[in-house]
Design a protein around this ligand. Structure first.
Ligand SMILES: Cc1cc2nc3c(=O)[nH]c(=O)nc-3n(C[C@H](O)[C@H](O)[C@H](O)COP(=O)(O)OP(=O)(O)OC[C@H]3O[C@@H](n4cnc5c(N)ncnc54)[C@H](O)[C@@H]3O)c2cc1C
Length: 494
């Protein structure tokens, strides 16, 4: 079969582009060499944000676009995206208070159509925001942004792409592709069968994240070299550090911001680091110096002191950033570039360089705009107001939906109703449809993950392993024991 588009990469950018393209009537094949969201797109700080820090580098276009997207993602995925108040303790030796206030004023103004609360000054002595902080911190600022379940955002984009007709193949690696006039001829290797097969397409999208340069120069043989930088970022998770639903943005002596964010009710997520990466782009882990750094940042601001022994989980990822020649890894632009390689008479390839979770939807729209002259007419842009699967919550009200689940399936309890509502939105109704009692959900594999859900994730969401289920399709891995994980492996093996 001749596809309109082969998309390489099942991260947020690949699945976002596949979804948009399929909805515009294009025939799409997406290949992901590992599992969906296996790499950078599950290792983010899980923020849908304008990026307050980027104001300092005057990346106003990126901030404005991100703030607009923040609003759109809240509307199309209210189960995955949540409003959050961030508290920024003031450090007088870093920036004058008026400069911080001005920055926040600009942030509010750039996001002026937002439904989120504006920024405000906070005196910690008279605010609960000050309760967990060290007494030397007297003053701060509060502003609004959003958090997101990054890996589920990827998976639900893939799901919607498939529901619009895209062919999503997980565990399939694009080995190489060559141009044959106006077509690409691709060799694809399937991990499960060990076999390779051929596929043809009129265009390729290279959304291979940290592999983007390798794919472009090596696997597509375009000879094109991209000045890219790989930067590793890591996070730690500790038991809940403080009461309240708000997050903190801590400024460190190196002027970087480290976020401290409530995570899955009982935990606190802390990150990120920014470390230049010169190795292979594959799986990475936090190193002891990064753990020390993150603990140190927290300990300078919080009364409660933490150390490496408090870390209950950690993760790391690699971003591919355009190399704009600046020295500091944290100062490299987070903006994206869509690079089109389309010699006359030959099939095009569009490469995605850089980017953020926050801007993936708009990036996908622009990618298709660039490809349209080569692919011919397609339907109008459609994703700005179309809910992602499960995102059609009445009034966007997640709390009302949690209550509905709890009423219809009282044995789920509060925590489980909330987890399922957040993960699946209205699709939870389909998942639970045949369930009359707890026993109908079958064996439990820890953290509330039941056989009913495992079967659904394998059947409907391309889950391939216990690790996929525990860490990407859900985060039940945080609460599951080693024995639970082994039972899940055994079950999947059967
Ligand atoms: C530490 C950190 C924190 C971040 N925090 C935030 C944040 O809070 N908010 C935000 O908006 N952004 C954040 N980002 C940025 C965001 O995570 C990335 O921009 C985004 O995830 C990149 O997605 P991607 O789809 O381009 O890449 P990836 O998610 O890496 O996906 C690329 C995929 O391509 C696949 N692939 C590669 N080669 C092949 C091949 N030959 N065949 C088939 N498949 C292939 C890979 O297996 C991979 O799954 C953060 C990034 C990092 C590293």
């Amino acid at each position: 079969m001749l596809y309109d588009l082969i998309v390489i990469g099942g991260g947020i950018n690949g699945t976002g582009i596949a979804r948009d393209a399929a909805g515009r009537g294009l025939s799409v094949l997406l290949v992901e060499q590992d599992s969906l969201a296996r790499h950078t797109s599950s290792a983010s700080s899980k923020l849908v944000h304008g990026g307050l820090r980027y104001l300092e580098y005057l990346h106003l276009r990126l901030v404005r676009e991100s703030l607009l997207e923040r609003e759109r993602l809240l509307a199309i995925a209210p189960h995955l995206v949540s409003r959050k108040r961030f508290v920024l303790p003031y450090r007088s030796w870093l920036r004058p208070a008026w400069a911080v206030r001005l920055g926040l004023f600009l942030y509010d103004w750039l996001g002026r159509s937002s439904t989120l609360e504006s920024s405000a000054r906070v005196r910690f002595a008279s605010s609960t925001y000050g309760a967990p902080l060290r007494p030397n911190l007297k003053l701060g600022f509060a502003y609004s942004d959003c958090t997101v379940d990054d890996s589920r955002l990827v998976i639900l984009n893939a799901k919607d792409a498939a529901e619009h007709g895209a062919d999503i193949r997980v565990g399939h690696r694009l080995v190489r592709a060559l141009r044959d006039g106006g077509e690409w001829r691709a060799d694809i290797h399937c991990e499960a069968t060990g076999e390779s097969y051929a596929a043809r397409a009129r265009a390729i999208v290279n959304a291979a994240g940290p592999w983007v340069a390798e794919v472009l120069a090596g696997r597509l043989g375009t000879g094109s070299r991209q000045p890219m930088r790989l930067v590793k970022g890591s996070h730690i998770v500790v038991n809940r550090l403080y009461e309240g639903d708000h997050a903190y943005a801590l400024q460190h002596t190196d002027r970087r911001l480290v976020f401290v964010i409530p995570f899955l009710d009982d935990y606190t997520l802390i990150g990120t680091t920014d470390v230049p990466w010169h190795g292979e782009p594959g799986p990475v882990a936090i190193d002891p110096a990064e753990t020390e750094y993150l603990c140190q940042v927290v300990n300078r601001s919080f009364e409660r002191q933490i150390g490496p022994a408090d870390v209950v989980w950690s993760y790391a990822g690699i971003r591919a950033l355009q190399d704009d020649g600046v020295a500091e890894a944290s100062a490299v632009t987070r903006d994206y570039v869509l690079q089109l390689d389309a010699p006359a008479g030959l099939a095009p390839v569009l490469s995605v360089l850089g980017g953020k979770i926050t801007t993936y939807r708009r990036l996908a729209e622009l990618a298709l705009e660039k490809l349209e002259p080569h692919l011919g007419s397609m339907h109008e842009p459609w994703t700005s107001s179309a809910s992602l699967p499960g995102g059609d919550l009445p009034g966007g009200d997640i709390e009302a939906f949690v209550t509905l689940l709890r009423r219809r399936w009282p044995f789920l309890g509060d925590a489980e109703s909330r987890r399922l509502a957040r993960a699946y939105g209205t699709r939870a109704l389909r998942l639970l449809e045949p369930v009359r009692s707890r026993a109908d959900m079958g064996e439990e594999f820890g953290g509330g993950m039941t056989r009913l859900e495992v079967d659904y994730l394998v059947r409907e969401e391309w889950a391939r392993s216990a690790e996929d289920i525990a860490w990407r399709h859900s985060k039940t891995g945080l609460r599951a024991t080693t024995a639970d994980q082994q039972r899940l492996r055994d079950y999947l093996g059967r």
